[in-house]
Design a protein around this ligand. Structure first.
Ligand SMILES: [Zn+2]
Length: 417
């Protein structure tokens, strides 16, 4: 139907050099798309990437002809909650919020699988109260499936404040940094909830910060002592300012953070994960009361404005969907987040870079993010030219993860079936 031969994993894994002919190539760095590039793959590694004419005649042998396709790095979702589905009946959400590991495992597996089907090779989990995603990662519950999972375990929040469903409160008598130091889990990063969520009733209203600047500073130091980065949830000027001054690695959401904070992030090269699709999902939710639909639409507009400004200032944006949030579906949500970056004025090259190179840098996954000779082949192909993106991600034609063909002609809709 899309005119490519079925992928043969053995062929691509053989010792013989094999090649892919890409009609268009996005290398993940944000550089302009290139036309007609021959990618040679040897033992799962990219050997060379050179301009070439589309294959014809004898030249076809051993070449996977993707002349009518765009090839790009496998994608990265820098903010998910694997324990929640995001969509489905309210009853499902209630069960997922209460589930113990054995009950949650199939859900988590299906969400992880949905990511792979949507071209996503790595996710960073922002936490769940029981640290289910971390345990899932630790137990290798995916078997050989090639999804890289970075998990926080649970998020830390202040007792009585926002964050109970994805986190644990700092124990009474302890400090945030003390709690981080006392935790001996094998978490991949530390998640801190530094503010509430912005109001859906009053435009621009955000709650106060949960932790003071000295508390945040100590917390980032405590995380660093464990060799871990801090992923900080914050909205509003004050809460975001403290997170940035404290030296967090990434700032999550950042609604209404303001110009000064954007400049600070650009200067210090702190990653921003705007999760605008979560707000888009609120604007689409049918059952909103009062003026919530209007407020969420204005909030989304405002966030898109901040994203546009971030692009001008050179803030490193990493694409994160907050999948698991109401209305935000694992895997497919990434396409919507790319759409929103484009709405905010990003080129497709720049948007893909946010979901590939920037994500790989944020997660410190050096094997992913860009396509260049010497790197492991982790790439996807979509039908059509660059202009067909991000919509063409609905019909991914090829996924190679960690040098191995994982699937081909994957159709959207296969996610959680
Ligand atoms: Zn989140």
């Amino acid at each position: 139907m899309i005119g490519i031969p079925p992928c043969n994993p053995e062929k691509l894994n053989s010792n013989n050099p094999e090649a892919i002919h890409a009609g268009w190539l996005l290398d993940g760095t944000g550089a302009p798309a290139r036309r007609n590039v021959r990618i040679r793959i040897d033992q799962g590694f990219i050997q060379s990437m050179r301009p070439a004419d589309p294959p014809s005649g004898k030249d076809r042998s051993g070449v996977l002809d993707l002349t009518g396709h765009t090839v790009m790095p496998a994608l990265i979702d820098s903010h998910v909650h694997l324990f929640l589905s995001g969509t489905g009946p309210p009853e499902l959400r209630r069960r997922q919020l209460e589930a113990e590991f054995d009950a949650a495992i199939d859900w988590i597996r299906s969400h992880a699988r949905a990511c792979l089907q949507c071209g996503i090779a790595a996710v960073r989990d922002g936490g769940d109260r029981r640290a289910l995603a971390l345990r899932f990662r630790r137990n290798h519950e995916m078997g050989n499936a090639p999804l890289h999972i970075r998990a926080a375990g649970w998020a830390w929040h202040r007792e009585g404040r926002y964050g109970r469903f994805i986190g644990r409160p700092v124990p009474e008598g302890s400090s945030l940094s003390g709690a981080i130091r006392a935790d001996d889990s094998d978490a991949d990063h530390i998640k801190i909830i530094q503010s509430g969520i912005n109001s859906l009733r009053v435009f621009g209203r955000v709650g106060p910060a949960q932790f003071s600047l000295p508390e945040m500073r100590e917390a980032v130091i405590a995380a660093a002592e464990r060799g871990l980065d801090a992923m900080v949830h914050a909205n509003g000027e004050a809460a975001v300012r403290m997170a940035l001054k404290a030296g967090c690695r990434s700032l999550e959401h950042g609604y209404f953070m303001g110009e000064e904070n954007l400049r600070r992030m650009a200067e210090r090269k702190i990653f921003w994960v705007p999760t605008a699709g979560a707000m888009l999902a609120y604007t689409e939710a049918g059952a909103l009361g009062g003026n919530e639909a209007e407020v969420s639409a204005r909030t989304l507009e405002h966030q898109l404005g901040q994203m546009a400004r971030a692009g001008e200032l050179g803030v490193p944006i990493a694409v994160g969907t907050d999948a698991g949030s109401p209305g935000v579906e694992h895997g497919r949500a990434l396409r919507r987040e790319l759409d929103l970056l484009i709405q905010a004025g990003f080129s497709i090259e720049a948007a893909v870079c946010c979901a590939s190179r920037n994500g790989a840098r944020l997660l410190r996954l050096s094997t992913l993010g860009t396509l260049r000779p010497g790197k492991r082949a982790s790439l996807i192909a979509v039908p059509g030219g660059v202009a067909a993106l991000p919509g063409s991600l609905r019909a991914i034609s090829l996924c190679i993860y960690d040098g191995v063909v994982w699937g081909s002609s994957v159709k959207d809709g296969g996610g959680e079936g």
